[in-house]
Write a protein that binds this ligand. Structure first.
Ligand code: GLU
Length: 308
């Protein structure tokens, strides 16, 4: 297995220092292992993805000194691969159509005998009689396609979280609006691009059992995983645009920061530099050890950052 890594942003907005810190970590893991580092644009959602955001995200990665190998891949240009994977699952009799709305899923989940994890699909459309199915088909609505996951329990060892276990629900493979779903695309791409180590924010930890099951069903090798803590705002919530100057552009305008200052903040937050020290990604790479990574989320207080 390779140790190749990737950063896979969705081009729905500008990266903030929290996103950039995750990118830096993914870069450090890969470069430290002398492996390739790829950037993949996860632009599956046509309503939210913008080419301008993609350009800005790439420019910001480069501005803090990160480089990547090979051409940028865009998920919007890879639908055939996802379609082929879907057909493979269909041939294995693992796919069924689902007409449930969000409200129906919530309702069915709360009426279920055993409590379901939040967002888990209770399996309503898996059990439809022929008559019920015909009725839904007659509605004319295009169904989503779900994986028949068999309520399988999947466990894996995360580099930071240790042993993680989850029961996989019948998650969506293909959305009713005709776009491939996140989990399917990510698994196909990580497999196709021979990613050996997935480094990403720990908000995605819960998706990983789903992705591992899909890898197995598609005959793909599982990468290893490191789910890194997200950057929080002082209110304890995940850092976001509403927290003030959090992007390179805003930090420049509001605080006079250069991209190197943002890199410096990231380095300090990772325990890889002293406050005020000038660093480069190459220097950070020489200091980086996955084992000494902080396990606690860092906090970024936009208002508290000194102007440079
Ligand atoms: N595109 C996802 C995001 O921006 C990341 C997916 C991944 O790293 O697996 O949150």
């Amino acid at each position: 297995m390779t140790r190749d890594g990737r950063f896979a942003p969705s081009p729905s907005g500008t990266l903030h220092v929290g996103n950039l810190r995750t990118a830096l970590l993914a870069w450090l893991f890969a470069r430290r292992a002398e492996a390739r580092f790829l950037v993949r644009i996860e632009d599956l959602d046509p309503g939210r993805s913008r080419r301008e955001h993609e350009q800005r995200q790439l420019a910001d990665l480069a501005a803090v000194g990160l480089d990547w190998d090979g051409p940028i891949e865009r998920q919007s240009e890879r639908h055939e691969l996802y379609r082929a994977a879907l057909e493979q699952l269909r041939a294995a009799d693992r796919v069924y159509p689902c007409w449930c709305t969000r409200a129906e899923i919530r309702e069915a989940a709360s009426a279920a005998h055993a409590p379901l994890p939040e967002g888990a699909y209770p399996g309503t459309c898996r059990e439809l009689t022929a008559a019920q199915r015909a009725e839904r088909e007659a509605s004319g609505r295009t169904p989503a396609l779900r994986l028949d996951a068999g309520a399988e329990r999947v466990a894996f060892d995360d580099r930071l979280h240790g042993r993680v276990e989850g029961v996989v629900d019948d998650f969506v493979l293909w959305r009713g609006d005709g776009t491939p779903a996140y989990n399917l695309a990510v698994v196909v791409d990580d497999g196709d691009q021979r990613i050996g180590e997935v480094v990403r924010g720990d908000d995605l930890l819960d998706s990983t059992p789903r992705q591992l099951l899909l890898q197995r069903l598609l005959g793909l090798r599982a990468p290893s995983y490191a789910h890194v803590p997200l950057v929080l705002a002082p209110d304890g919530r995940r850092l976001a645009k509403r927290h003030g100057a959090v992007t390179l552009e805003d930090l420049h305008d509001a605080r006079g920061w250069e991209p190197a200052d943002a890199l410096g903040w990231m380095a300090v937050s990772l325990g890889l530099a002293e406050p005020g020290e000038r660093v480069t990604p190459a220097l950070l790479e020489s200091r980086f050890s996955p084992r000494r990574l902080p396990r606690e989320p860092a906090t970024f207080d936009a208002a508290d950052q000194r102007p440079r």
